[in-house]
Design a binder for this molecule. Structure first.
Ligand SMILES: Cc1ncc(C[n+]2csc(CCOP(=O)(O)OP(=O)(O)O)c2C)c(N)n1
Ligand SMILES: [Mg+2]
Length: 676
């Protein structure tokens, strides 16, 4: 039992169970990171016991504070906190740390663990997610609050370590956070001077306070991270500045409490060992068995009653708000639930019908802008943006209101920060209430890639408007010309890549993207104008199946041409030429392989009949298309880097012309190539 109630329930009393649970769970799993939770235990007490506004019984409460563990390797810290404060995380769940399908995976994962807001582990992205959450809060507050009703009024807190601050993305996100004056973002920095390779002086000697001052943040330096009262005061001070984000720099000792490993990278990422743990128990005055937390301490930590009260107070306010502003209240609820308005389907159909009617020969980036113009009118939750390429990506519409330091809005000028943008979008969506899209060139999705992958992993329906989708962007040359990007994006699980061939496919791609709440979508769009493809009604309806017969053979079928985007035009031209030569092919437009692959077998075989030779045409790597055309099929594409030249010259150079398609089909079908 407790040896000294005062000590146990004093400063150390609430911090030591975090230490004990963390070191014991890591030891039990024989894998994990005890150092960070042991070093940040007091900081966690100050925030989670004294400041955090949350309701463990309802992790989805709209106005809860958001908490992000950006240094996600310290996952046992958040799991301990969730258990101690009363979330649905039991001691048994902690015992199952890092085991298959447990609620306590290796790093915190959104969707696995009640109370985990975002998946963290790739260092630096959590802080960028937190910036997104703070922007969401700011824009929702600006949209929904009324003078006497602050229905949106919460903070976003993030814990970061040295690793997060070394990562370049922290610069992108924190620089923008300063510019946007995100006063309700509060970051607690675990300044322990240690990362995996040892003492950081040799690789991280920034003056972090000066760095954040330069961003325009409020900086609270030199806080003793093991003094709960000092951290508590710093958080209170942070909250008073509502026009600047705050970073609280906390000096800590990694692995504090471990007798020989504290202060050393030895405590960072491996179990302490049974002997070290036994001695730590003595040092911490924690005589309890592994995974045992005395009732007094559990009770002192439990935040259920307080949380219920906090939410009840808010609900009362919200009901008063509803009585005065019923439309706002229901709109707020719709948006927080991520539901499309009732008439979305009908309005989207109208828009597609109008697009068919107009039959415009426009670039798909322009068609995308037309879609945005319509859909942003229907969905005020849309929050657009671009990484300094608005006029190239065509992400602006009539009705944008930029988010600034002094106002909310529906458009973010992200600046040249692709990775930051994509990770901020994840935070925006993870917050709920907004639906982000962001633009850059297809090429620079490479900079954003890991955040896009995190969206796919987290099942967040972010939308990427990626333009300049091939060598057809021309004279900017191979640095800007995507070759393998579309194929590699398609390889990402749960990432839907659409490469539409005209205005109609673009409109439908946008509609599908907005309907998909748990799958992110890439819209790969052309810079150059593309010909409108006439279609029957039924074909228009089939676009949303991802692949469909655009031109049907007019005689015995000899080959199928599968094409995407700008190369669909080549395929339909070749179709005509070949028909005149008595060679009957069909053209399958395949804007989304992800979607097509999910259709039933019958449909897929109807589109791509078994046993008929196939040929793919796409201005990018050919390997990806082998799964459709087989080893015996033909692939027209580009397997080298691009070149600087005008688009027409490049299409000739890379043999992506109607004549090349005709020749390839003739060869594939045994007609020789000399005749046309
Ligand atoms: C993007 C990324 N690169 C590398 C890693 C591997 N990694 C995990 S923790 C860590 C060191 C982080 O140092 P710090 O944030 O100071 O953590 P501490 O050791 O103080 O807990 C590294 C390199 C990672 N998780 N994410
Ligand atoms: Mg560190």
């Amino acid at each position: 039992m407790l040896q000294n109630q005062n000590i146990t329930l004093g400063q150390a009393g609430l911090a030591n169970p975090i230490r004990a649970l963390s070191m014991d769970a890591v030891q039990n799993a024989n894998s994990g990171h005890p150092g960070m939770p042991m070093g940040m235990a007091e900081i966690a007490v100050a925030l989670w016991h004294r400041h955090l506004k949350h309701n463990p019984a309802n992790p989805a409460w709209a106005d809860r504070d958001r908490f992000v563990l950006s240094n996600g390797h310290g996952s046992m810290l958040i799991y301990s906190l969730l258990h101690l404060t009363g979330y649905e995380i039991s001691i048994e769940d902690l015992r199952r740390f890092r085991q298959l399908h447990s609620k306590t995976p290796g790093h915190p994962e959104r969707g696995y663990t009640p109370g985990v807001e975002t998946t963290t582990g790739p260092l630096g992205q959590g802080i960028a997610n937190a910036v997104g959450m703070a922007i969401a809060e700011k824009t929702l507050a600006a949209r929904f609050n009324r003078p006497e009703y602050n229905v949106v009024d919460h903070h976003t807190y993030a814990f970061v370590g040295d690793g997060c601050l070394m990562e370049g993305i922290s610069h992108e996100a924190c620089s923008l956070a300063g510019t946007l004056g995100l006063g309700k973002l509060i970051v607690l920095y675990d300044d322990n001077g240690i990362s995996i390779d040892g003492h950081v002086e040799g690789w991280f000697s920034d003056d972090t306070p000066k760095r954040f001052e330069a961003y325009g943040w409020q900086v609270i330096p030199d806080v003793d991270g093991h003094d709960i009262d000092a951290v508590d005061r710093a958080i209170a001070e942070a909250k008073t500045d509502i026009s600047r984000p705050t970073i609280i720099c906390c000096k800590t000792v990694i692995g504090k409490g471990a007798p020989t490993k504290a202060g050393s990278h030895d405590s960072h990422g491996s179990p302490l060992g049974l002997e070290e743990i036994a001695r730590a128990r003595l040092e911490l005055n924690w005589p309890h068995a592994p995974f045992h937390v005395p009732t007094e301490i559990s009770e002192a930590w439990n935040a259920r009653a307080k949380g219920e009260q906090l939410q009840a107070d808010w609900s009362q306010q919200f009901e008063a708000y509803r009585s005065v502003y019923p439309n706002e209240a229901s709109e707020f609820e719709r948006r927080m639930a991520g539901k499309l308005p009732h008439d979305f389907d009908e309005k989207a159909r109208d828009f597609v019908a109008q697009t068919v009617e107009k039959a415009e020969n426009i670039a798909t980036r322009k068609a995308s802008q037309n879609a945005v113009q319509t859909f942003a009118g229907l969905l005020p939750e849309i929050i657009g943006g671009s990484a300094d390429l608005a006029s190239s990506n065509l992400t602006l519409w009539n009705g944008i209101e930029p988010v600034t330091a002094t106002s909310g809005g529906n458009y973010i000028y992200y600046g040249v920060r692709e990775f930051g943008m994509a990770a901020i979008m994840n935070g925006l969506l993870a917050h709920s209430g907004v639906r982000p899209f962001g633009g850059t060139y297809v090429m620079f999705s490479e900079y954003a890639r890991n955040a896009m992958r995190m969206a796919a992993l987290m099942k967040l329906g972010t939308i990427y408007v990626l333009t300049h989708d091939s060598i057809a962007l021309g004279q900017d040359g191979p640095t800007h010309q995507p070759i393998e990007q579309l194929a590699t994006l398609r390889l990402m699980p749960n990432m839907d890549v659409w490469r539409p061939c005209d205005s109609v496919e673009t409109a439908i791609a946008w509609q599908v993207a907005l309907e998909q709440v748990a799958t992110p979508t890439v819209l790969a769009l052309s810079r150059q104008n593309l010909s409108f493809q006439p279609r029957e009604q039924e074909q228009v309806a089939s676009i949303r199946k991802g692949g469909y017969v655009l031109r049907r053979e007019q005689g015995p079928l000899q080959a199928v041409i599968i094409a995407t985007g700008s190369e669909v035009g080549l395929a339909t031209e070749a179709y005509k030429t070949l028909a005149a030569q008595g060679i009957h092919v069909r053209v399958v437009a395949m804007p989304s392989t992800y979607t097509f692959d999910r259709q039933d077998r019958d449909y897929k075989q109807e589109v791509l009949p078994v046993g008929v030779p196939r040929i793919s045409v796409e201005a990018g790597v050919t390997d990806y298309w082998r799964k459709y055309v087989g080893i015996e099929g033909a692939c027209l594409g580009i397997d080298t880097f691009g070149e600087s030249a005008a688009p027409d010259v490049l299409f000739e150079h890379f043999k992506l012309t109607t004549a090349s398609v005709v020749n390839a089909v003739r060869e594939l079908t045994g007609h020789g190539t000399g005749e046309q």
